[in-house]
Design a protein around this ligand. Structure first.
Ligand code: ZN
Ligand code: ZN
Length: 200
């Protein structure tokens, strides 16, 4: 069984098109983020994707997504509930939780994105593993949030290990080694240079 995944649906072309630019990025806080992390994240996402970034306090009790057998929370159930959050056309909503997330067939996931619906999840739970270094944890959160938002902009996984869209396979050292930014080939309009989007 793979240790983790960042689930993405099969999607069409990757583009930072005018359509994509019409919406906002909304950070849906199911769990609070430290103020410094939230402002660093908002600023980074605004720069990276050139759209407004807003915060939405969701403050949900996520017990509806709890799986007692796994002692984890179902990301698909949270995604399903996110569909009910009112959004404007083109908005991208990332729900941030501090509980351990899973989806079927995987031991755990850092996050999951549904580009068609414009919704994604991010768990900070395992990003805090093995360190008390708040700066390092903050960087990991910024990188993985950027990764999931990248999927919502129809970006697939990238083979460049420095690109924020590289696939981390549950490995924190891979997250620590990559940058927080989308590489130029991922941003460029030529589709041939990009890897295809697959659920893996
Ligand atoms: Zn991914
Ligand atoms: Zn890339």
């Amino acid at each position: 069984m793979p240790r983790s995944q960042q689930v993405i649906p099969n999607s069409g072309s990757i583009s930072f098109s005018a359509d994509n630019k019409s919406g906002r990025i909304i950070l849906g806080l199911i769990s609070p983020l430290p103020g410094g992390v939230l402002s660093a994240l908002s600023e980074h996402l605004q720069k990276e994707f050139s759209v407004p970034v807003e915060t939405l306090e969701l403050n949900w009790n996520v017990s509806f997504a709890f799986n007692r057998r796994r002692n984890q929370y179902s990301s698909p159930k949270i995604l399903n509930r996110l569909k009910a959050v009112p959004q404007r056309t083109g908005d991208k909503l990332l729900a941030i939780v501090d509980v351990d997330l899973y989806c079927p067939d995987y031991d755990f996931i850092f996050g999951e994105a549904d580009a068609e619906e414009g919704i994604a999840t991010l768990s900070t739970h395992r990003l805090e593993e093995g360190t008390n270094d708040t700066k390092l944890i903050s960087k990991r959160i910024v990188k993985e949030a950027t990764h999931e938002i990248g999927h919502l902009f129809n970006l697939g996984h990238c083979e460049d290990p420095k690109c924020v869209m590289s696939f981390s396979v549950g490995d924190l050292s891979q997250i620590d080694a990559k940058s927080a930014s989308v590489c130029l080939p991922c941003k460029s309009p030529a589709p041939a240079s990009r890897s295809n989007t697959t659920a893996n």
